[in-house]
Design a protein. Structure first.
Length: 311
């Protein structure tokens, strides 16, 4: 790879239960008036930070972008948005360069653009294990039209209602109609806390813990933490997967999904004063007997709403 050209593709993302449609978008190459288009034209909503499309276009080695121009539609608001943003080119270049030291297994190979209700726009660098947010901004409401196969959709409102009924869980759709989408949620997901996982029985997972956060980022945490890792702040985890070896020598795979409302409340309560937090795991078999709690030096909250897959 050259010093400023890398093998990457563009992809898109939107939160589950809040369907979006990218009307058009381009990641503009540094210093150029053109760039790589963001896949568009379909209804998306797989999950915040979850990629949707992978279009193989253009040369393998491409310049990195320093700007984003995007227009999109939010179904739950029946609203179009548009934004033109400056991207942190030097940081993107640094992350791609560091991640490409192993040319056979680069850390990043996608630039993913996420859109959400309220006009939230995020940009992540994404790879097989690690996803890193490099930008977050706010687009502005605009007028627009949905086109399908090059023709303006004549029955816009009917299309919106059918899409909402088809893609959103009934109870969630009822809540959205009553209260509107939680437009501040994607900003709140970005709040970071000084927390670390602690395993109370047996040994720490030797292969680390694959972790996904509510803000769309993801990483593998390796143990034991050195001073640098212990001092880092992180977003709130929504998912953790690790292989845990008990004191008796048995190894079990834990795949844990956390409840959003419970985690947000627990972290904001115990981490209000930037205190160091521990996410403590008390593994048991069967899985439903496992206990998890969040603690600071003075208090703790026992979590009750997480789900552990029965592997």
């Amino acid at each position: 790879m050259s010093s400023d050209r890398f093998d990457w593709k563009a992809t898109e993302s939107a939160p589950r239960n809040y369907p979006m449609r990218i009307i058009n978008g381009t990641l503009l190459y540094r210093g150029e008036s053109h760039g790589l288009y963001i896949p568009s034209g379909g209804t998306i909503g797989r999950g915040w930070g979850e990629m949707v499309s992978s279009h193989i276009v253009g040369p393998d080695l491409k310049p990195l972008p320093d700007r984003l121009d995007i227009k999109f539609f939010s179904y739950t608001e029946n609203q179009f948005y548009h934004g033109v943003f400056e991207l942190p080119y030097e940081r993107i270049l640094s992350l791609f360069s560091e991640g490409s030291l192993n040319k056979e297994d680069p850390t990043y190979y996608r630039i993913m653009v996420g859109v959400a209700p309220g006009g939230s726009v995020a940009v992540w660098l994404k790879g097989a294990i690690k996803t890193t947010e490099v930008f977050f901004g706010q687009a502005e409401p605009v007028e627009g039209e949905i086109e399908i196969f090059g023709r303006v959709l004549p029955n816009h409102d009917e299309h919106v209602q059918k899409t909402l009924s088809r893609l959103i869980e009934p109870q969630v759709l009822h809540d959205i109609k009553q209260h509107g989408p939680p437009v501040d949620a994607w900003v709140n997901y970005r709040k970071q806390y000084n927390w670390k996982p602690v395993f109370m029985y047996g040994s720490e997972p030797s292969s680390g813990a694959q972790t996904k956060y509510f803000n769309g980022e993801g990483d593998r945490l390796f143990f034991p933490f050195d001073d640098k890792m212990a001092a880092q702040s992180r977003p709130i985890p929504m998912f953790m997967q690790f292989r845990y070896r008990s004191s008796e020598g048995w190894a079990y795979l834990y795949v844990i999904h956390f409840d959003e409302a419970e985690m947000m409340e627990a972290f904001s309560t115990l981490g209000a004063n930037d205190e160091p937090l521990q996410l403590e795991f008390y593994p048991h078999m069967p899985y439903q007997n496992t206990q998890i709690r969040l603690s600071n030096k003075d208090d703790s909250i026992v979590l009750k709403k997480y789900f552990i897959e029965d592997i």
